[in-house]
Write a protein that binds this ligand. Structure first.
Ligand code: ACO
Length: 359
């Protein structure tokens, strides 16, 4: 689906078409392992770019008219602080993340064959954030953004895998970046306290690390949604202009997340003939600590295998999983030969799971 902007900023244009079709076709799902196409990529460098400003729950509680508390946010979500952009642009954060990832990969920007951005909205509607980063890095390779909501990182990995498998790229730079604070009504306590801003990048190249990836959509354009400003001052447009603010049916998304993550983790393990213990670490999307608790309880897996950063950063959408990956690598908690399962869910409603044996 090609579009500069759909009716909604969140719930990407292609998801909305899926909703109109009503029955999601089997083609919504892609799986390296299912298709037996073999193993084609590995991650060789990670990096992050974070805003300076750390905002505590108490600072939200002090906002007049918000009526929230540290106790509510902490117990219902597990969030204690989040980063919020003040003067930083997403291009700056993304470029910092990209430079760190390239440094860790020991590759130059000029060695990248493709730049993929994963974001629900960069600094400009157009050009894509990936192009803005390419300008900063002074590279002229193809650059494009994907809007996969919180699953953006998995969609970008799948795209990179396809490019590399097809021989159309050797090295791909993926940059995930979100300024969630730009899409909030800061007087809506049901959303504003949940999200954080940031960027994370990975460099991928040909390898034998990604063993399984499966993506899917359960089309629902209302559960998490953010309209575009579509009418402007067009004198022929009819109807009401909508505010480009994020809204969410929290309980619906919560149930979707718990059920989908359980099903997709089980499916991945079954497909690969693995037991839960064969996975060293489960890197789940960091949207709510209680979602992670529920998944652990239902699957009966050791809680120590589910590292968290939700308490520090809140929900950073597509940035959460690659930031978690980066921090675990920096802390020496991910070692060669370990098997990781990554799973995310988000606007669309999209979901994605992959299994990686770390090289
Ligand atoms: N502070 C204080 N009270 C609050 C707050 C707040 N920040 N937010 C809601 N409340 C109140 C509600 O008004 C409600 O009050 P009432 O009982 O008087 O009506 C009460 O708390 C309970 O509200 P619920 O919505 O039932 O709270 P719940 O326990 O479901 O938690 C939450 C809400 C945190 C949003 C949860 O449903 C959730 O995490 N959902 C999943 C969100 C998610 O995973 N999103 C990921 C995708 S995002 C993306 O893709 C960009």
């Amino acid at each position: 689906m090609t579009a500069v902007g759909g009716d909604f900023r969140l719930s990407g244009a292609s998801c909305f078409v899926g909703f109109l079709v009503k029955t999601p076709p089997p083609g919504c799902v892609a799986s390296v392992a299912d298709e037996g196409t073999g193993v084609t990529i590995k991650i060789i460098g990670t990096g992050v770019g974070q805003p300076k400003c750390v905002v505590s729950n108490d600072e939200f509680a002090a906002v007049t008219g918000l009526e929230t508390s540290d106790e509510w946010i902490r117990t219902r979500t597990g969030i204690e602080t989040r980063r919020i952009c003040t003067d930083e642009t997403l291009t700056e954060l993304s470029t910092a993340a990209a430079r760190q990832a390239l440094g860790n990969a020991k590759l130059g920007a000029d060695q990248m064959d493709y730049l993929i951005g994963a974001t629900i909205g960069g600094d400009k509607r157009t050009p894509a954030l990936a192009c803005m980063v390419a300008e900063q890095l002074k590279v002229e390779c193809p650059a494009v953004d994907l809007n996969g909501g919180c699953v953006g990182f998995m969609y970008a990995l799948s795209y990179a895998e396809a490019l590399i498998a097809a021989g159309r790229a050797h090295n791909v730079l993926i940059v995930c970046a979100e300024k969630m604070s730009a899409h909030m009504n800061f007087l809506d306590r049901s959303t504003s306290v949940l999200f954080g801003d940031g960027a994370a990048a990975v460099v991928v190249t040909q390898g034998e690390s990604l063993e399984y990836i499966r993506l899917g959509t359960v089309p629902d354009s209302h559960a998490i949604s953010m309209p575009n400003r579509m009418m402007g001052n067009n004198p022929w447009a009819v109807g009401e202009e909508t505010e480009p603010i994020l809204t969410m049916d929290g309980q619906k998304v919560f149930k979707f997340a718990v059920q989908t993550v359980q099903e997709e983790v089980t499916r991945a393990l079954d497909t690969m003939h693995l037991t839960p213990n064969d996975i060293d670490l489960y890197l789940l999307h960091q949207a709510n600590g209680r979602i992670i608790d529920s998944v652990i309880q239902h699957l009966g897996i050791d809680p120590d295998k589910f590292p968290r950063i939700i308490q520090k950063y809140g929900n950073m959408s597509s940035v959460s999983v690659p930031t978690l990956l980066h921090e675990l690598i920096q802390q020496g908690q991910i070692k060669s030969g370990q098997r990781l399962l990554l799973c995310a869910f988000g606007a669309g409603l999209t979901y994605g799971t992959c299994v990686i044996t770390w090289e």
